[in-house]
Design a protein around this ligand. Sequence first.
Ligand SMILES: Nc1ncnc2c1ncn2[C@@H]1O[C@H](COP(=O)(O)OP(=O)(O)OP(=O)(O)O)[C@@H](O)[C@H]1O
Length: 129
Amino acid sequence: MGFKQFVKGRLKGCVYAFNGAATLIKTEPSIQVQIFLSIIVTAMGFYFQITTTQWMFQCFAIGLVLTAEGINSAIEAVADFIHPDFHVKIGHIKDIAAGAVFFAAVIAIIIGLIIYIPYFQDLMQPLFA
Ligand SMILES: Nc1ncnc2c1ncn2[C@@H]1O[C@H](COP(=O)(O)OP(=O)(O)OP(=O)(O)O)[C@@H](O)[C@H]1O
């Protein structure tokens, strides 16, 4: 394969991936909820002027959850395609795919609490002074 074809192939891959991301945002309610929450925490980041390191962890947490949700949606779509009817194994496959999202979400919540609890403490302090 020539270099030109290699580059063309990779660029095509990027277009497919971009289309996939757009489809996820347009059609998956779980992704839409996560995008909404991401916008809220991003606004909080600007409001509290969090540090560069905190931005890095926050971006990482958002990416982790969106990635897990996206892969979960793909697994659900494959499961529904290969076996649209009820099956115990399909239920098990979907449950463990959702379990992966659970791990990502718990880590994201822990990161969020570590970042924002001190800012909220500072915000509340005058009320109790
Ligand atoms: N075909 C099936 N056979 C057996 N159990 C299923 C089947 N489809 C869904 N389930 C059970 O229902 C749960 C929810 O599945 P579903 O596909 O509705 O996911 P969801 O969480 O509602 O989707 P989304 O993440 O898009 O909101 C699964 O985790 C599984 O326990």
